[in-house]
Design a protein around this ligand. Structure first.
Ligand SMILES: NC(=O)c1ccc[n+]([C@@H]2O[C@H](COP(=O)([O-])OP(=O)(O)OC[C@H]3O[C@@H](n4cnc5c(N)ncnc54)[C@H](O)[C@@H]3O)[C@@H](O)[C@H]2O)c1
Length: 198
């Protein structure tokens, strides 16, 4: 793919239809793409500390270009973050920012952040707008699409959650440049699995 090419995949789900944009430089276009679909929206960005260190400032600049100055909640990285305690932290942060139902929760991260932020978006004010900006290969090819959100319980993984479709998915291929090789391989294994199933 050339550096300027963006592919749009339309997910046809009737009144819950949304676009998946795939290409490079999408973080810098995030504000324009979100404002086009959700005019006048305000936003909270949920991320983890690793992803924030590498990509938050680029996303912030991109959002500001579209007139969006986001609240930011940066959580510890890793599976343990998909917990009731961090769900409460995200819910409280979104409410403290005084976001309304028509505003947007933006997940900037891998599958952990996408699942947690999507769940929070699904329950705060009985369901807020949600945008996925997946930053791991696994999240770009799998977890950011389909609307499954949730957290882990002491009784098992992914046992608490809701289906909540995003309004938009921005899969910026440039962010994969900072992904640790181990995480890249995990995503690749998932891709190979789909290939075999196909
Ligand atoms: N909702 C679904 O349909 C679905 C599907 C599959 C998996 N999942 C969930 O996804 C989770 C796993 O996702 P994951 O593998 O992305 O894990 P993850 O979110 O923990 O990310 C893996 C690691 O990579 C780091 N990282 C992510 N993007 C980065 C980047 N661009 N640069 C530098 N570091 C980066 C993160 O900080 C983290 O340390 C699991 O909780 C799983 O249950 C959900």
């Amino acid at each position: 793919m050339s550096s300027n090419a963006t592919v749009t995949v339309e997910v046809g789900l009737g009144d819950r239809a949304y676009d998946i944009l795939i290409g490079s430089g999408l973080l810098l276009r995030a504000g324009t793409e979100i404002s086009r679909r959700l005019p006048g929206t305000r936003a909270a960005v949920i991320t983890d500390v690793n992803v924030a260190a590498a990509h938050l400032e680029t996303l912030r600049a991109g959002l500001e270009k579209g007139g969006i100055r986001p609240a930011v909640i940066a959580l510890p990285a890793g599976e343990k973050t998909k917990s009731f305690a961090h769900l409460e932290e995200v819910v409280d942060g979104v409410l403290a920012a005084r976001l309304e139902r028509g505003d947007v929760v933006v997940a900037l991260g891998g599958g952990v952040i996408g699942d947690l932020a999507g769940f929070a978006a699904g329950i705060v004010r009985r369901g807020m707008n949600f945008v996925q900006i997946p930053t791991s290969l696994l999240a770009q090819v799998d977890s950011s699409v389909g609307g499954k959100t949730g957290i882990n319980s002491a009784r098992g993984k992914n046992l608490v959650g809701v289906f909540h479709q995003p309004k938009l998915v921005l899969a910026d291929t440039e962010v994969l440049d900072t992904l640790p090789i181990r995480e890249f391989r995990a995503g690749y294994a998932e891709l190979a699995k789909y290939g075999l199933i196909d």
